[in-house]
Design a protein around this ligand. Structure first.
Ligand SMILES: O=C(O)C1=C[C@@H](OP(=O)(O)O)[C@@H](O)[C@H](O)C1
Ligand SMILES: C=C(OP(=O)(O)O)C(=O)O
Length: 429
């Protein structure tokens, strides 16, 4: 287990920051590039452990993938030519790989087993297995296929109309991917819009997708054609430095070329709700994804109630928002975020326990947390618990804590941001 001792920062955070490529989009680029016919060229790919897991999964089905740092080239003959893997597929820590891949494997004519690490093995897979079975999939595992390891015997699938009970882009995407391989037209009707990178990327690969409000329709058996994908920088990674700049006195940071897809920018809206002035400049749109710069400087904030439709668009940013809330004036209440309980850790319990280690006053609720503002953080020994977002939250907290902080199991951060500490150092001046 890797530890790191962190000192409070003695300088402000200043300068431009180029965070790595978006995790959700990097995963999807490999999924669609592998299912498409022809060559796909991906630049600014996230080399985090989770996205490498997705590459390995498709390599084990015979897809030719060359990865040279952030440049990935895929050459595939299309989904009809994928091979049965001869060994079980290791999904590591990646919920996104798991939920999306179950959709694909359900419709391919072979048998696969998939397994994950200790954390992923505790995360629910029935949310996607149940609709996939309705389409004809054969998926089995512990507790009737609720948990990994799972065995999938691919079938000829039939389209369904599906209304997910959970607000989850992974579930939506798993069903849409199965729909692409199925007979007929599959419709997913969401209750709240979740990130729509799957829809955007289907179009980039030449597929027809009809989006009508909260309903998404995809016709089965469409051919995807290899393409070029430039991955925007990850707003979820940028969020750690946005918050760092807001809480370290004198800071001024610009997050360059980050993805500003409105289904992902809830964190910016939440921070604005807390009274922040952010300078957001949209610069371009590539493959349906808005890209731009976010300029942020140290400033006082007020507590706020964060709830409702904004939550899915900032679900991975809630741990770092909770840290921000400890520095605002007054109380912050986060509601409607029960999905946090199904992440790499139960992020309601892990955020609360970790911030309490720093001496904060914070209470868990069934679907969120109540955070007192105006708090002084005391350096602590805190564990990431194998959760990258908790690890990065601890590292940012250490910047303003009194005394030393020891982050244990820092390597969890490699899941989404292998160059995190390097980037943090370059901003200290
Ligand atoms: O579709 C995706 O790429 C993701 C969707 C979200 O999960 P849920 O769909 O489970 O909410 C998010 O937490 C995860 O980091 C990435
Ligand atoms: C929840 C996350 O990822 P996943 O579900 O893909 O493991 C995350 O990145 O915060």
């Amino acid at each position: 287990m890797s530890d790191i001792v962190l000192q409070p920062t003695t300088t402000a955070l200043i300068g431009d920051c180029f965070v790595p490529g978006d995790k959700s989009i990097s995963h999807r680029a490999v999924f669609f590039g592998s299912l498409a016919k022809g060559k796909t060229d991906i630049t600014n790919f996230l080399t985090g452990d989770d996205c490498l897991t997705t590459i390995k999964a498709f390599e084990s089905m015979g897809v030719q993938i060359t990865q040279d740092g952030e440049h990935v080239q895929i050459e595939s003959r299309g989904y009809k030519h994928l091979n049965e893997p001869t060994v079980p597929i290791d999904l590591g820590n990646s919920g996104t790989t798991a939920r999306l891949l179950l959709g694909v494997l359900s419709g391919l004519p072979f048998h696969t087993t998939v397994f994950g690490d200790e954390s992923l093995t505790k995360r629910p897979m029935d949310r996607v297995a149940i609709p996939l079975r309705e389409m004809g999939a054969r998926i089995d595992g512990r507790e009737e296929g609720k948990y990994l390891p799972l065995a999938v015997r691919g079938q000829t699938l039939s389209a369904i109309t599906f209304k997910p009970q959970v607000k989850s882009a992974q579930v939506k995407s798993g069903v849409l991917l199965a729909g692409l391989l199925a007979n007929g037209t599959t419709t997913v009707i969401e209750s709240i819009k979740t990130r729509d990178h799957t829809e955007n990327m289907l179009r980039a690969f030449g597929a027809k997708v009809v989006v009508n409000g909260l309903a998404i329709e995809v016709e089965g058996k469409q051919t995807l054609t290899g393409t070029t994908i430039q991955v925007p920088r990850d707003i979820s990674s940028a969020a750690f430095f946005i918050v760092a700049a807001l809480i370290v006195k004198g800071s001024k940071v610009t997050l360059k070329d980050v993805g500003l897809n409105p289904t992902r920018t809830g964190i910016l809206a939440a921070i604005q709700l807390m009274g922040a002035h952010l300078d957001i400049k949209e610069t371009t749109n590539i493959g349906g994804e808005i890209i731009g710069d976010v300029m942020v400087s140290y400033q006082p904030l007020k507590g706020a109630i964060i709830e409702g439709a904004i939550i899915p668009s900032m679900i991975d940013e809630i741990p770092i928002l909770a840290l921000l809330a400890t520095q605002a004036e007054g109380q912050t209440i986060i509601k409607d975020a029960e999905e946090l309980r199904f992440k790499e850790t139960d992020r309601i319990d892990s955020v609360v326990a970790t911030l309490r280690q720093f001496g904060c006053q914070i209470e868990p609720t069934a679907d969120g947390m109540i955070i007192e503002g105006g708090q002084t953080l005391n350096g602590a020994t805190a564990d990431s618990h194998g959760d990258h977002r908790i690890g990065m939250m601890i590292a940012i907290a250490s910047l303003i804590a009194t005394g030393e902080t020891t982050l244990t199991d820092k390597d969890a951060i490699n899941v989404s941001y292998p160059s995190f500490f390097e980037h943090l150092e370059t901003l200290k001046r």
